[in-house]
Design a protein around this ligand. Sequence first.
Ligand SMILES: [Zn+2]
Length: 71
Amino acid sequence: MKITFDPDISADIRPSIEEVIKESITAPCSCGSDEIYVSLQANNNIDVKCFDCGTSFFELEIEVEEEVTEE
Ligand SMILES: [Zn+2]
C-alpha cells in the first residue's frame, strides 16, 4: 500500500497517521487501487481517501503541536 500525504501535513505526525491507516485499511479500495491519499481538511481533520477514485475511507482528527490540556 502506498500512502501519499498532503504537503501541508507535518512530517512529525505522518508516522502515526500511517500506523492508523495500516491498522484500519486492510483491503484495497473497491476500484482496485491500493494507493491512499491523506488530505488535510479544516479544523485539523484529515481525510483518508483513495488516491485514484477519491472514495473516503475514514476521517480523523489530528493533534496540533501546541499542548492543550483538555478538561
Ligand atoms: Zn478507489
